[in-house]
Design a protein around this ligand. Structure first.
Ligand SMILES: *Cc1c(COP(=O)(O)O)cnc(C)c1O
Length: 387
């Protein structure tokens, strides 16, 4: 039965009466037609952060000066959104190359966030007995997207106490599984460290397939693998503008040898980068000095917060080269909840991986946000420490 309910601002709102659909029949169909691998998944949940000091998602906390916002508003007034965007995003690619000092002999592939590029990479190599390999704990999307697509995923455990790569275990797994792609986050999320460069060179040399170094946190470290791309025939570097301060625009880019990029480009949705994103990122990068200033501020705040946290007794702080800090407490779920009651949202990693037992991850915010977080944490740790 179709009910036409009411007219809101000239549009019909149509609701379906679902009561007559028999539940068992529907579930039978879901079970039959939805791939069992997908059926077994749970939805990727993002916490509702309304009203919180938001330190959970590695966002840049700063906004732009009002004159710049005005300049942007004037620019987007002219956007022809009745037209499809430039499918090659030619102007934006040129801007990325010059603004970010990318090598000119390599090619770029743009994605709707670097998440989309991870998906394109895995779709491109998909086939029987193909394996994706990475290290754990790391960025959860590597495993998640592999599972969606039906690729086998192998996660090599990192080594405590510092979440380094166990090179013997890595080389053994590479020989055994011959992975189509190895994903390596550099710096790693959620641990914040840079893996040993010598170990990475050995992994690249041992890898029969591709190795993708995910530099999502490039703005917060001086280290990069970009210059090595033309030195190896199997190395790609993945980046994003999300963490530098443009997370809402959804733009990731993959840098690599033109031969690899050409194959991957075949399975990219033709208009995956919308007009507003193309024009806005191009414009934002023409003011890159503002973002560089914010990045420097975040790096300074990271050092300050790291120092303050290390001075607290009873917690272990992991050194970070990113815009977040991982730390271990005695009772992470309790601390996480208590911070929430103080209006502060961070990320609880307890139960996400055995190596992250009682771990929490805080994104570096503004000085005020970091102080609010630190003060709240100190007050809730002190009574615990007296026992
Ligand atoms: C945040 C993050 C990404 C995703 O970036 P988007 O471009 O926003 O999709 C990729 N890799 C790592 C390691 C990240 O932490």
């Amino acid at each position: 039965m179709l009910n036409i309910l009411k007219i809101v601002k000239g549009y019909y709102t149509i609701t379906l009466n679902l009561n007559h659909i028999a539940c068992e029949m529907l579930i039978e169909k879901l079970n039959h037609w939805i791939n069992p691998r997908i059926r077994a998944l749970t939805l990727y949940q993002v916490h509702d952060a309304t009203g919180f000091v938001k330190l959970d998602a590695m966002e840049n906390p700063y906004t732009l000066p009002s004159e710049l916002r005005q300049e942007w508003l004037e620019l987007i007034q002219q956007v022809p959104f009745n037209r499809y965007p430039d499918p090659q995003a030619f102007k934006l690619k040129a801007r990325l190359t010059t603004s970010l000092n990318l090598p000119t002999k390599t090619e770029l592939l743009l994605g709707n966030g670097s998440d989309e590029l991870l998906q394109i990479l895995m779709l491109a190599v998909n086939g029987d007995n193909r394996v994706i390999l990475s290290f754990e704990p790391s960025f959860v999307m590597y495993r998640m997207i592999a599972t969606w697509i039906g690729l086998e995923f192998i996660g090599i455990p990192l080594q405590l106490p510092n979440f380094n790569i166990n090179i013997d275990a890595a080389l053994e797994a590479i020989a055994r599984y011959r992975p189509a792609i190895i994903f390596l986050a550099y710096p790693n999320n959620p641990t914040g460290n840079l893996f040993d460069a010598a170990a990475i060179h050995r992994i690249i040399q041992a890898a029969p397939g591709l190795i993708v170094i995910d530099e999502a946190y490039a703005p917060f470290t001086d280290e990069t693998w970009i210059e090595k791309i033309l030195q190896y025939d199997n190395l790609l570097v993945l980046r994003t503008v999300s963490k530098m301060g443009l997370a809402g625009l959804r733009l990731g880019y993959l840098i690599g040898h033109p031969a690899w990029i050409k194959e991957l480009d075949k399975i990219r949705m033709p208009y995956n980068i919308n007009v507003l994103t193309q024009i806005t990122v191009d414009w934002a990068l023409s003011h890159k000095e503002i973002f560089d200033m914010q990045t420097r501020q975040i790096r300074m705040e990271r050092e300050r917060l790291q120092q303050n946290l290390s001075d607290l007794p009873g917690i272990i702080v992991y050194p970070s080269q990113a815009n977040f800090i991982l730390f271990r407490v005695n009772n992470a779920p309790f601390i996480f909840q208590q911070l929430k009651t103080h209006g502060i949202l961070i990320k609880n990693l307890h139960n996400s991986h055995p190596m992250l037992d009682n771990c929490l991850r805080v994104t570096v915010g503004t000085a005020e946000e970091n102080n609010a977080f630190f003060t709240a944490l100190t007050t809730m740790l002190s009574p615990l420490l007296k026992n």
